[in-house]
Design a protein. Structure first.
Lengths: 284, 421
């Protein structure tokens, strides 16, 4: 006898539910639970206390660090969007043949064949006090003294972020641009719109879902990162990820869990706000 | 008596294998089974060297698996995953943190062949009978327990040792003499505005705080009761001084790993920083001048040792004792001393070093020929002497030991804030 439609439906949803439950929901619940625990120097003990949170919200340093995290995310977003949009626009509208489009697109992904860390660390000798950038500028006579702020500064952190994450902006924007009906652009041109007007009133609104997806990628990646900040700032700057990793390395798991919970909520709020602007599901 | 007394090596050496086979069947079984034994050791990179593992296989027959981690991860693992290792190669301050968890078992000193030859620092606490004991977690204070199973430390030497000391050294600041061009003689120079943007300190709280304390004390800003066990006020004052310096741009970067410290120094990003002895060696071996500068306030010292997991027993435990006896027998000591560390039993290491090497590394004499590391790099040429001089000069002027303090959690929080400030 055939199973009722309800049972079939539940069964079909079961595998995904189990996977998500085991690998997403359960760990998050665990993190939330541990965030209320206490810690000694070398062990953690179950408890229900708000010490971790009260420290988190009471410390001026923590607020500063959250602010720095937003700062990195925002500046990186601005640059990756500008570069990503331009690259995608070029690929989608200026490159005529599809073969060429695919070839150039693959070219963009080549740096991603090596590890994140390698791409990041290779900036260090380049930007250093006696690095290629400084020695070139000095030999050109542009500067007399090496520029100190090129490395181990906010500049180098953001440079690395932009370098690492621009592709995450290019791909979704390129994808949506490719699906824009070309006749719409012809119509705009026929109606006398300038190239700039077409871009602003036709292409930009139609690309919004791609921009939004790219934004979510970049913002979440930057807000959750810790290794880029650590290496490119020479451990001198901090974002929330570094707070967490410092806590973990010092066995302060409950404190790390509490910070993670706050970070998770913050990122969810940010994404919630972003989704207010564009209904991604409708546009997809 | 342990069947380890008849290890394969000693039997073969004495040529008594045949006799042993007829009268003592057990050792032969042992010789068969020993090949199957694997001991898992983990620790910091300094002494977890593959060469040691290979030599163990050659000399003792069993397998030593080694994992190298940074100090924080080592502490974490020793404290939380006792079943993941057989031998922990940890520092004494880590031992102070980890021992109370009961994850390690005390060792019977009567089974340690060279116990009597271990230097005084690790037994009475005194290098020579006249020495004074430095501040901080001095190794002898956490080196013994009253009885097996005890989770607190004994006040004096007993028959039960927590860690068998293997390696130690006296640390100071590393400098680039070619970029500084003047003598450096005090820890206070680390915060000298002359080196603005060219100084660094290590980002490992328990060690970094000690370097900070050496600096603050040298500047005359703070008088500590015990640098290794600061009060909250002392911690606050120390961080206030360093946070101010950080905000003024004194530091180029902080480093967490050995390689980072080498790169900072070799690239000229930094000219004065906290550093470890082999990192100086690594910079020098690239042909870049680098000095491990002795300073008038003295050294910050550290020591490490081997601890046994509580789950070791039977034949594995015997193998671990055999390994420890082998460790103190000189080969490893020589191997480590030729990299600039000290061995717990220097006199056995001497047998594995040339007269020139012993003179240079231990006695502080001028090298009579090229001094090479165990890996073949030339570290010093004839006529050069070791920075800081002889063993007794260096280990005799230790101002404090790496430590973990009662206010450790408070300090760690402050450290985190300092890094984020």
């Amino acid at each position: 006898m055939a199973m009722s439609r309800h049972v079939t439906g539940w069964l079909q949803a079961l595998p995904l539910t189990v996977v998500l439950g085991a690998f997403l929901i359960a760990p998050i619940i665990m993190i939330v639970v541990v965030s209320f625990w206490g810690a000694t120097e070398f062990s953690i003990y179950p408890a229900f206390q708000f010490d971790n949170y009260s420290y988190l919200f009471g410390s001026a340093v923590v607020w500063k660090v959250f602010f720095a995290t937003f700062k990195y995310a925002f500046i990186t977003w601005v640059f990756t969007l500008a570069i990503g949009f331009t690259v995608a626009y070029f690929l989608a509208f200026h490159v005529r043949t599809q073969a060429m489009q695919i070839a150039l697109f693959l070219l963009c992904t080549i740096p991603f064949w090596t590890s994140n860390i390698i791409r990041m660390i290779s900036w260090i000798p380049f930007l250093g006090r006696n690095g290629i950038a400084n020695s070139t500028l000095i030999s050109w006579g542009v500067i007399d003294e090496p520029l100190e702020w090129l490395l181990y500064s906010d500049f180098s952190v953001i440079l690395a972020f932009v370098h690492l994450y621009t592709l995450f902006m290019v791909v979704p924007i390129f994808n949506t641009m490719m699906r824009i009906d070309r006749s719409l652009i012809e119509a705009a041109v026929d109606n006398g719109a300038s190239a700039m007007q077409t871009l602003r009133h036709v292409i930009l609104p139609l690309t919004k879902p791609g921009i939004m997806i790219g934004t979510i990628f970049v913002v979440t990646l930057v807000m959750g990162d810790f290794i880029t900040v650590r290496f490119m700032s020479g451990s001198q700057k901090a974002n929330v990820g570094r707070l967490i990793s410092n806590d973990i390395s010092l066995l302060q798991y409950p404190s790390a869990a509490a910070t993670s919970v706050v970070l998770l909520i913050t990122v969810l709020i940010v994404i919630g706000i972003l989704l207010r602007f564009v209904n991604i599901r409708k546009e997809l | 008596m342990s069947k380890m007394r008849y290890s394969r090596r000693s039997i073969l050496k004495s040529g008594a294998a045949a006799v042993a086979a007829s009268t003592l069947p057990a050792p032969m079984v042992w010789a068969q089974e020993i090949k199957d034994i694997t001991l898992r050791q983990f620790g910091t990179g300094v002494s977890n060297l593959n060469e040691v593992g290979q030599k163990v296989k050659e000399d003792l027959g069993f397998t030593l698996e080694m994992t190298a981690l940074d100090s924080d991860s080592v502490t974490q693992r020793a404290a939380t995953q006792p079943d993941s290792f057989d031998i922990a190669d940890i520092e004494y301050w880590i031992c102070k943190k980890v021992w109370p968890t009961g994850n390690l078992q005390a060792m019977d000193t009567t089974k340690i062949k060279n116990y009597d030859k271990i230097v005084g620092i690790f037994r009475s606490g005194k290098l020579t009978p006249e020495s004074t004991i430095a501040q901080g977690t001095a190794p002898h204070t956490v080196g013994f327990v009253e009885e097996p199973g005890a989770t607190s430390f004994a006040d004096q030497e007993t028959e039960w040792m927590t860690l068998i000391p293997t390696i130690y050294n006296a640390d100071t600041l590393g400098i680039r003499p070619d970029l500084i061009n003047r003598p450096i003689s005090t820890w206070a120079e680390l915060l000298n505005p002359e080196f603005k943007g060219k100084a660094s300190i290590l980002d490992i709280s328990s060690i970094g705080i000690m370097d900070m304390a050496m600096v603050c004390e040298a500047m005359g800003e703070i008088q500590y009761g015990d640098k290794g066990n600061m009060t909250k006020e002392e911690i606050d004052k120390t961080f206030a001084i360093f946070t101010e310096a950080k905000k003024a741009g004194q530091f180029r970067a902080f480093w967490k790993t050995f390689d980072e410290s080498v790169n900072l120094m070799a690239s000229g990003e930094v000219v004065i920083q906290s550093m470890w002895s082999p990192a100086i060696t690594a910079v020098k071996s690239r042909g870049i001048p680098c000095v491990y500068q002795p300073l008038k306030e003295g050294y910050r010292s550290w020591g490490g040792g081997l601890g046994l997991s509580k789950s070791l027993s039977g034949m594995q435990l015997d193998a671990a004792y055999e390994y420890i006896n082998w460790y103190l027998d000189g080969w490893v000591g020589g191997f480590l001393m030729r990299q600039g560390y000290y061995s717990a039993v220097p006199e056995t290491s001497k047998n594995y070093m040339s007269e020139n090497e012993w003179g240079y590394w231990f006695e502080g004499k001028e090298a009579t020929g090229d001094i090479t590391s165990p890996f073949g790099d030339v570290l010093a040429k004839a006529g050069e002497t070791r920075d800081g001089g002889s063993f007794y000069d260096r280990m005799g002027s230790v101002a404090c030991w790496n430590a973990v303090m009662d206010e450790n959690q408070y300090m760690v929080r402050k450290w985190n804030e300092f890094i984020a400030a």
